[in-house]
Design a protein around this ligand. Structure first.
Ligand code: ATP
Ligand code: MG
Length: 440
């Protein structure tokens, strides 16, 4: 059932031939049992780091975490992490054990791991070693902490986010006691570095089960991003919507492409609704300017979590324009392409597509609208139509030749682009120059 990579086979064989125990462990075994692809091979062994290095003396080794017992070995250029059996000492900061110690048995080693599904080990000699019922939990699609969940989350609060991430990515339910401990101890997440939180959040949002996880763990989301506060249970009082803001958001996230910044866009797109709600005289709810408010809140949240600049700026842009209606007209779309660029425009459409799926059922038919927009854009691109200054048949030098200087050059190019997009003039050098002269 478990098919090891040739490099993992080789590593186990070398260790075993030197008289050590060695097992592939953790995520790789879990993913194999689930028949999912996994590149990351972790090996656990009773050999000490120096002994590991001796076994692999003819290979390149890197002292990745030698203090913690981890040596990385490159076999056919593929890195394999080999770690000495270890147990963790006391945890004082909800994240890092104060000490670690090497231990004698595989069982002790796997006991320190987070969830039963991550505590499986395998070697060809021993087969699957499953001390905590991990295989059964995989079959039942269950995430279950090893031992007392409260104790395990107090030791390392990152496990709270890992549990939710695995639930989202694998589509598993979190077992009841583990789930209760998450709700109860979520505040410990504040002890985790924002960088680690951001990594987990990105992976979690890209999971196939993200909607259910968002509905179940709103309290955790709100803790990590207070910008999302108030969304749950907020009745939109508007016929477009059958869901409250958070339920709507969960549907939109799940339907957005599984790309982290697009899922983040979906997560934040309506968070400003809470701040901009108004009721008209007919008792209908409105959220004027909510997109701009959402964009500001998204930026605040993403900066705090130290997301990279690309993510912050792209999410901000997309959130800000998420509700701009797009017209099914070539001229209009060329203007949009010129302003936003191909990628952003396509992404905007994907977000809007997801957004409509979170509306009341009668509005889902807008699918044809987005198909049509996408087709038109592809046609514009395929025909090599002009929608940016660099597509113009003249450039700055041509304008200098006819007497333009400084700022006027850029302005003239922008003016020409608009004219070409508006089909007022052909994108052809002579016509453009004549057009400019005529309009001067
Ligand atoms: P993935 O690589 O998909 O994130 P993984 O389970 O392999 O999943 P890693 O972070 O690569 O996760 O960790 C490898 C193994 O180390 C895990 O399977 C688990 O056994 C153990 N582990 C990782 N993080 C923790 C933690 N915070 N607490 C306890 N055990 C952990
Ligand atoms: Mg892994």
């Amino acid at each position: 059932m478990i098919e090891l990579t040739s490099q993992a086979e080789k590593a186990l064989e070398l260790l075993e031939n030197s008289g050590f125990e060695a097992f592939v462990v953790g995520g790789f075994v879990r993913d194999c049992v689930m028949q999912r692809h996994c590149n990351d091979v972790d090996i656990t062994t009773n050999a000490f780091p120096e002994e590991i290095k001796e076994c692999f003396s003819s290979f390149k080794t890197i002292d990745t975490g030698i203090k913690h017992g981890t040596v990385t070995v490159l076999i056919d250029e593929i890195p394999i992490e080999i770690t000495t059996y270890r147990s963790d000492g006391v945890y004082s900061d909800n994240r890092h054990p104060e000490s670690i110690s090497f231990c004698k048995s595989l069982k002790e080693d796997v006991s320190r791991r987070d969830f039963t599904i991550n505590a499986l080990a395998y070697s060809r000699k021993a087969g699957i070693v499953d001390y905590f019922g991990g295989v059964k939990d995989i079959e039942n699609k269950t995430i279950r902490a090893i031992g007392d969940p409260e104790k395990r989350f107090r030791e390392d609060a990152l496990r709270i986010l890992r549990a939710i991430r695995f639930s989202s990515v694998l589509g598993f339910e979190i077992e009841e006691k583990t789930k209760c401990a998450i709700h109860q101890l979520k505040n410990l997440i504040c002890n985790i570095s924002v960088e680690r939180i951001a990594v987990e959040m990105k992976r979690l949002l890209c999971g196939k089960n993200v909607k259910n996880v968002m509905l179940e763990y709103f309290d955790v989301f709100q803790l990590v991003c207070p910008e999302l506060s108030g969304m749950k249970g907020f009745d939109q009082r508007n016929f477009h919507h059958k869901f409250d803001i958070w339920e709507h958001t969960a549907v939109v996230v799940e339907n957005a492409p599984s790309v982290d910044y697009l899922r983040l866009t979906a997560l934040f797109h309506d968070c400003g609704k809470v701040d901009t709600f108004s009721l008209d005289k007919n008792g209908v709810g409105h959220f004027y300017s909510h997109a701009s408010v959402s964009a500001e809140k998204a930026e605040t949240a993403l900066r705090r979590l130290k997301f990279d600049n690309f993510t912050v700026s792209r999410v901000k842009t997309l959130v800000k324009i998420h509700d701009t209606p797009l017209e099914e007209s070539e001229t209009y779309l060329k203007k949009r392409l010129s302003k936003l660029g191909y990628n952003v425009l396509k992404e905007l459409i994907s977000v809007q597509r997801a957004d409509t799926l979170g509306l009341a059922d009668e509005f889902h038919s807008r699918k044809e609208h987005f198909d049509c927009l996408e087709e038109m854009i592809e046609k514009i691109i395929l025909q090599g139509q002009c929608f940016s200054i660099k597509d113009l048949a003249v450039d700055g030098n041509d304008l200098i030749e006819i007497g333009f200087r400084g700022k006027a050059i850029g302005e003239a190019l922008a003016f020409l682009l608009e004219a070409v997009i508006g089909e007022k003039v052909e994108n052809q050098k002579e016509s453009l120059i004549n057009y400019l002269k005529r309009e001067e």
